[in-house]
Design a protein around this ligand. Structure first.
Ligand SMILES: [Zn+2]
Length: 219
């Protein structure tokens, strides 16, 4: 009897020990899961902040902004593929998680991608120019793109229609995806677009064409 009782309590003890290990393991596992979610939140925030820097440039480098947002969310920026002349930001962050019950630390990793929403009609324009237009559209209400990228044939047809206004085929920045003609809902939109252009890296290079916008500083 005694022997049997002893065996029984040994089994119970073993079962309890196993339960404790399992509990510890699942507690630490849930810490990993929580850290994963937190790392993903940090990656999302960092990618959005870097992409925002493309649309609303404050003069800081997008990776620097991404690093700051990652840190704010308890993570560390590993990489930011977010060129200031591009239309997207792809970031990877890591977050260290301590597993006290298992006596370990683990590093979890998360990535996120944020894409600048280019204005309708910017298809075919060079990506950095589309980003700059997104910046202008973000600052000024009542804008739209009347004419953006044009093929050589489209430019030729336009030149035939309006030889005084359109450049001859082969000589328009529209064909290079480096010019857009804007529509203005009201005079105030036009004034605001002219005023905000430089802040978005844009210019209206032709005085008698106040709708024709290009990236600033083209050769
Ligand atoms: Zn034009």
């Amino acid at each position: 009897m005694t022997h049997q009782r002893g065996s029984a309590s040994l089994v119970v003890t073993a079962a309890l020990a196993l339960a404790a290990v399992t509990a510890a393991f699942s507690a630490d596992l849930s810490r990993v899961a929580v850290a994963r979610t937190a790392a993903q939140t940090a990656a999302d925030a960092a990618a959005l902040a870097a992409a925002q820097e493309l649309v609303r440039p404050t003069g800081r480098a997008p990776p620097e902004v991404a690093a700051e947002y990652a840190e704010r969310h308890g993570a560390r920026l590993v990489s930011c593929v977010c060129p200031s002349e591009g239309t997207e930001a792809v970031v990877t962050v890591t977050r260290v998680v301590t597993l006290p019950l298992l006596g370990q630390t683990r590093t979890v990793r998360a990535s996120a991608r944020a894409v600048v929403a280019a204005p309708p009609g910017s298809e075919g324009l060079q990506p950095f120019f589309a980003s700059r237009l997104a910046c202008l559209f973000d600052r000024v209400d009542g804008l739209w793109i009347v004419s953006g990228y044009r093929t050589r044939a489209e430019q030729a047809a336009l030149y035939e229609q309006k030889p005084g206004l359109a450049a001859p085929p082969g000589q328009s920045n529209h064909e290079l995806g480096l010019a857009a003609d804007l529509g203005y809902a009201k005079a105030a939109s036009e004034d605001a677009a002219q005023a905000e252009a430089a802040g978005c890296g844009l210019e209206f290079p032709v005085p008698y064409e106040p709708w024709h916008v290009e990236p600033a500083g083209l050769p």
